[in-house]
Ligand binder design. Sequence first.
Ligand SMILES: *Cc1c(COP(=O)(O)O)cnc(C)c1O
Length: 370
Amino acid sequence: MDVPFLSLRDVNARYADELKAAAARVIDSGWYVMGEELGAFEREFAAYCGVAHAVGVGNGLDALSLILRGYKELGALRDGDEVIVPANTFIATLLAITANQLVPVLVEPDADTFNLDPERVESAIGPRTRALMPVHLYGQLADMDALSAIAQRHGLLVIEDAAQAHGASLGERRAGALGDAAGFSFFPAKNLGALGDGGAVVTRNPELAARVLALRNYGSEVKYQHLYQGCNSRLDEIQAAMLRVKLAHLDHEVAMRRQVARHYREGIRHAHIVLPQVADESRHAWHLFVVRCGARDALQQHLRAHGVQSQVHYPVPPHRQPAYASLSGLQLPITEQLHDEVLSLPMGPAMNEEAIRRVIDACNAFERAP
Ligand SMILES: *Cc1c(COP(=O)(O)O)cnc(C)c1O
């Protein structure tokens, strides 16, 4: 049998009894949207992140989008303002920006960490720049000390795309507490995954939290009174109940991911496979374990032949997507090279030693084609 890239069945099987009990509790309650489970999860997730407010929403894209929309309602962002993002991010980061009539400014990452390069950020700041949107890509925190210092000097908002970084921490502070606001995704494959779609906005800012609370529910604070042209993006009771179960196990799961990463980093020894660079263990929650290889496609094929699944995150950068044809003229050589070289190895909290060993052996047995 293949080593799967990620078996969600194995991930959730360990909590099956708890998950079924939680689902039964919701079914029996007769209340399915905007109820006690959501309120309880929001309190628990805010406490986990170490911030005052968490607002459950429909998915991670909406979380990012509603943060920007909330800042627009507060007057902190206006149409045409620029938001700096890493050029090698998942498309959702850009979609949140352009959906709000804001302008994404793509900045090249540091090739070792895959995250925003603070020096390049500083030189990309112009008169219309209003926000930085660092992405903690693959689960590793961006250089938030440097980015926060830049933001402070230039009076910019810092909005974390924390969709891959649940459980990563910088000293005592966790992902979600490192900027002005953060968007999380609870897509099933994320570090904290629901059994369907889900997301959350977390922030210390009570005004922003109040706007997002209203915006997710038709722009309404009081039923049938509409302050804003909002949307319907709510985290339902079943998913909130699933997430409460999974949140209690998150730290353990992140520890398991770190163990898999440690084995890989100790065991994979190959002249053509570049292992991920880690600034500090606690800063990486290992959503993905991403190696680089100049012969990436051959490596992936080799692994497949040895029964090891792998994936590419991501094969085409946003500025090369048809959806962003307007950005196709950009020269982003580091980003383009990374997209040609990255390969994600199997990673998850339920991997056993044999599977880890098989991945390591398959990598070490790779013979680069002449
Ligand atoms: C998954 C992800 C999102 C979007 O989350 P969804 O819940 O799928 O909408 C946004 N940004 C990044 C970096 C992601 O990995």
